[in-house]
Design a protein around this ligand. Sequence first.
Ligand SMILES: [Mn+2]
Length: 348
Amino acid sequence: MSWVEAELSGTELGDARLTKRLIAMVQALYEQPNKSVPEASPDVAALRGMYRFWSNRRIKAESILSGHQMSTVMRLSGHETVLVCQETSDLVYTTLRRTRGLGPISDPSGKGIKVHTALCVSDAGVPLGVLQQKSWTRDMQSRRPGRRRGIEEKESYRWLESLEAVQQQVPEATRVITIADREGDIYELFAHPRRVNSELLIRAAQNRSTKSEPGASEIKALFEVMETIAVSGEMTIALQRTPRRAPREATLSVRYTHLWLQPPQGKGHLGAIPISVILAKEEKRREKESAVEWMLLTTLSIGSLEAAKENLRRYALRWLIELNQSQHPYKRGHKRLQQCELDKNEFG
Ligand SMILES: [Mn+2]
């Protein structure tokens, strides 16, 4: 049995022939990831089958993922801790003129599809698979300035939905640490009910109100508080290549403390949240603009320099999801999808 067959044989498409077709498609595209769809297809019949599969409205993205999801959950067993990186990205299809179902994306002049992914990674940094993925198209209304807030609030729901899905799929014996960049600094996410052994490790974006203890009368801003904390030690970290950064080593000063986050205005019902904060800063870098500065909020209780370092190391593994997405066949293979638009007219 091939790797693709083993990986996808549990796919639930409601018809064994469709699963067989999916396996053949993935096998062909996986063997030649840089080729266009017609080039990668073994013959015309296989090519027709692919387009028929893609235009079948009864096949949902979630069902296509179901087999890989099952295999991913199986790979988790035996891991004491798994990291789940959540990330929202844009699939950019600005040049596809005839394709329907595209919408506004982050780039105001572009169009495409929004995708939210939860990628599972072992604590040692080995990718284990995609546990959940959701894609959607923003409607044109979201371009209007007045509508932005509502759209952002609706989209922030994806983070909660992914956390929920991950908690349901990963057995309680396995500790899951959800990792996210600044987009994931959403108060509702911190306030969301978590199952036993489910923790958050999220880069801070908001200068939130904090208290040192629940009963404290003084309210201080998070970023200011962290500047007053003494440095506990240093660590050297290998920064991997990202779309915006060449790989290099960085020496970071490490500070950590415990605080109570105060709910934003109008969200008092969410209550205060106890949190550990880690601040890691590259103090000695000459080019200040590219100096690394990470402030991480975590529900894990950080009680030592070692624990702070351990979680900085985990956060640094988040590059895996960026790599995963920038090298994603969808993204890498714009050509393939453009081709798809053209060829469909030939084979329709
Ligand atoms: Mn992001």
